[in-house]
Write a protein that binds this ligand. Structure first.
Ligand code: NAP
Ligand code: HSE
Length: 438
């Protein structure tokens, strides 16, 4: 039986998980693939570190370059994270013609175009199933399963840490900081976790999905990104009373023609109010889910654990299997990692994105306040679908919730700035978009 020798760079949460999963299911995979996978070398930063998954000392090194260049290693697995050394390591392996498996969405987001071009130039392949949505095989779905579809909509809960925090805040009244600390202990969070809670990790993943779905490389700087740092228990509770759950959502929507460009795509990440009747409102904890609408297939939904050792290891194993089969069969690019096919694609500017909104104002408790608010919104041609003053908030200031009809982002931004200047409005307005999944 042919043997493929793996050089793994990174023996932490994911690297340890992959090592462990190969020990557990390596023989099963060999029987299915006709190729045996052997871990030949593992690079780490610190040889003395105590590890929950024990890796034999004889396999460990701190020298990632020696792993990449080792003639015995014919498949490199980058699980170190970061974008600087990781880029060097992946490029070094590709230049040697060695296929690479990576789980590193930050790396792909920043340098994907360069890395995919290098894979093509050196006639090898770059596999990245674990970079998006943990254990859900969403990359395979977009590259292979839905290849005959134009993707018109994609909505994804793609950050396990944020979903875990939001769920615990809603269900248990947990404190944001406590829930984040627990997500870190469980191995879900990035280092630093700001990448998760400020939405950047979700933006990296949403950009990868958008690029795959629409065939042009989405510049990460063009992805409008908001995280969950400012979501309070108040908003979670008010949203619940109105029949919604708050989720951090990656949105990729075909928006039709724009100016002289052929097609414009909304690519964004922000917290949204999801109606409780919608399936995505019921995706809880570390779970991720991605709703993909194709013009042939209609709506499809993918669900599974979005972060953590075993879920991510499962996605890496899927790539190892593909890479092993490509090595066995001598296929270099059976399904190319990324093929640009939309020359005129463009990201829709956020100001042009239209949605509905939940707005919470903290206002003085006196007559005439609603009239002032309504006047500003009317001048901005923004329609209010309802105004709610939740009961049980007596005091000098009270909350007012406005549910706003469809309006462009630029218009609501200007209106909120005007509302903030009203003397009766006592703190910065809170705005969360409302998604109807139309
Ligand atoms: P981690 O636990 O921090 O592990 C990183 C590993 O890389 C550690 O073993 C570390 O060595 C090693 N390393 C770092 N710099 C190195 C260097 N210069 N030379 C050699 N080894 C080096 O991180 P992780 O959670 O496994 O994440 C790894 C990658 O997977 C990241 O790109 C992450 O975004 C991605 N990912 C993570 C998850 C998840 O749920 N955790 C899910 C999907 C994708 P030491 O152990 O000695 O410190
Ligand atoms: N930090 C990431 C998350 C890991 O929480 O989703 C999985 O990509």
């Amino acid at each position: 039986m042919r043997q493929v020798n793996l050089g793994i760079i990174g023996g932490g949460t994911v690297g340890g998980g992959v090592f462990q999963a190969i020990q557990r299911n390596g023989a099963l995979m060999a029987s299915r693939l006709g190729v045996s996978l052997t871990v030949a070398r593992v690079a780490v930063r610190d040889l003395k570190k105590s590890r929950t998954v024990k890796i034999p000392a004889g396999l460990l090194t701190t020298d990632w370059q020696s792993v990449v260049s080792d003639p015995a290693v014919n498949l490199v697995v980058e699980l170190m994270g970061g974008t600087t050394i990781a880029r060097q390591a992946v490029l070094a392996a590709l230049k040697l013609g060695k296929p690479v498996v990576t789980a590193n969405k930050a790396l792909l987001s920043a340098h994907g175009e360069e890395l995919f071009a290098a894979a093509q130039k050196h006639r090898t392949n770059l596999y990245y199933e674990a970079s998006v949505a943990g254990g859900i095989p969403i990359i395979k779905v977009l590259r292979e399963g839905l290849i005959g579809n134009r993707i018109t909509r994609l909505f994804g809960i793609v950050n396990g840490t944020c979903n875990y925090i939001l769920t615990r805040m809603k269900d248990e009244g947990a404190d944001f900081a406590d829930a984040l600390a627990q997500a870190q202990r469980m191995g879900y969070a990035e280092s630093p976790p700001d990448l998760d809670i400020d939405g950047h990790d979700a933006a990296h993943k949403t950009g990868i999905l958008a690029s795959l779905a629409h065939g042009f490389w989405v510049n990460p700087k063009q992805i409008y990104t908001e995280g969950i740092r400012n979501i309070t228990r108040h908003d979670i509770e008010f949203a619940a009373k109105l029949g919604y759950s708050i989720r951090l959502l990656g949105c990729v929507k075909f928006a039709g023609g724009i100016r002289r460009k052929k097609s414009a795509i909304q690519v964004s990440v922000y917290p949204v109010l999801v109606p409780n009747s919608h399936v995505l409102a019921n995706v809880n904890g570390v779970f991720n889910a991605i709703l993909v609408r194709g013009d042939v297939v209609g709506d499809t939904l993918y669900y599974g654990q979005g972060a953590g050792q075993d879920a991510t290891a499962s996605a890496v194993l899927s790539d190892l299997a593909d890479a092993a089969l490509d090595l066995k069969c001598g296929t270099k690019n059976r399904v190319p990692p990324f093929v640009p096919h939309e020359r005129d694609g463009a990201v829709l500017p956020m100001d042009d994105v239209v949605s509905r909104y939940y707005v919470r104002l903290t206002v003085e408790d006196r007559t005439g306040v609603f009239a002032k608010i309504a006047d500003i919104l009317a001048k901005a041609k923004i329609g209010i679908s309802s105004i709610i003053q939740p009961e049980g908030h007596d005091g000098v200031t009270v909350p007012v919730i406005l549910m706003i009809h469809d309006a462009p982002n630029a218009a609501i931004r200007k209106a909120l700035a005007a509302l903030a200047k009203l003397p009766v409005v006592k703190s910065a307005p809170v705005m969360i978009r409302v998604e109807s999944f139309e």
